[in-house]
Design a protein around this ligand. Sequence first.
Ligand code: SAM
Length: 213
Amino acid sequence: MDKSAYPGARLLDLGFGDCRNMTLLKNCGFEIYGVEISADTVELGYTTLERLGIHAQLTVGSNTHIPFNDGFFRYLLASSSCYYVDDGTCFDDSLKEISRVLNPGGYLIANVPVFVTQPGIPQSFILQDSKRLNDGHVSITNDVYGLRNGYTFRAFSSNEEVESVFGRYFEDIAIGLCMDNHYGVQINYNIICARKRLESEFKPSNSVIPDNL
Ligand SMILES: C[S@@+](CC[C@H](N)C(=O)[O-])C[C@H]1O[C@@H](n2cnc3c(N)ncnc32)[C@H](O)[C@@H]1O
């Protein structure tokens, strides 16, 4: 990516959490926007930003409801967030919404959980005992932190699956694989960098809302 294009470019930090990425984003020169799922998190975010001396516009929304106009952003960062699937929706709905707010040729930088098959590498803690639903969706049942049980996530089994799913809306898809062990807590994920396709290139999706059967 061309770092000289960062200063002044609009970037959305989708699911910004505790604002941990905001200092990096500020140092890169982006015009920063953030979306989180609750007003409390947005309020806490503003308190944190004030302490850090960072200016950003934070708003309530979610992966399938991003309250910005079509093509508003040049960059969208979804750091451990885009795979949270809103009730009554499927991951494709989130990807469609993410691509809607990006301008054509705009960049998505995201990570998603992966199922590993490498010998000796444990499954991610969050996926252990999860219940497989359809189309790669999983219901989380055994979050050791007790925060995400009952949530639906989207997890991936191969680079080909990532390319096929993200490829409906994105091109130039680069995929990295990280298998981290944080003092006994295993986290395996793909890091994805991709560019939004031109409107005429979108491929129809046949995804369905995950069921619990
Ligand atoms: C693991 S945290 C990551 C936070 C931050 N992006 C980071 O890198 O540390 C996941 C974040 O996604 C947010 N989240 C959960 N469900 C979401 C949804 N449906 N749409 C958007 N964000 C969501 C959570 O509130 C939480 O802050």
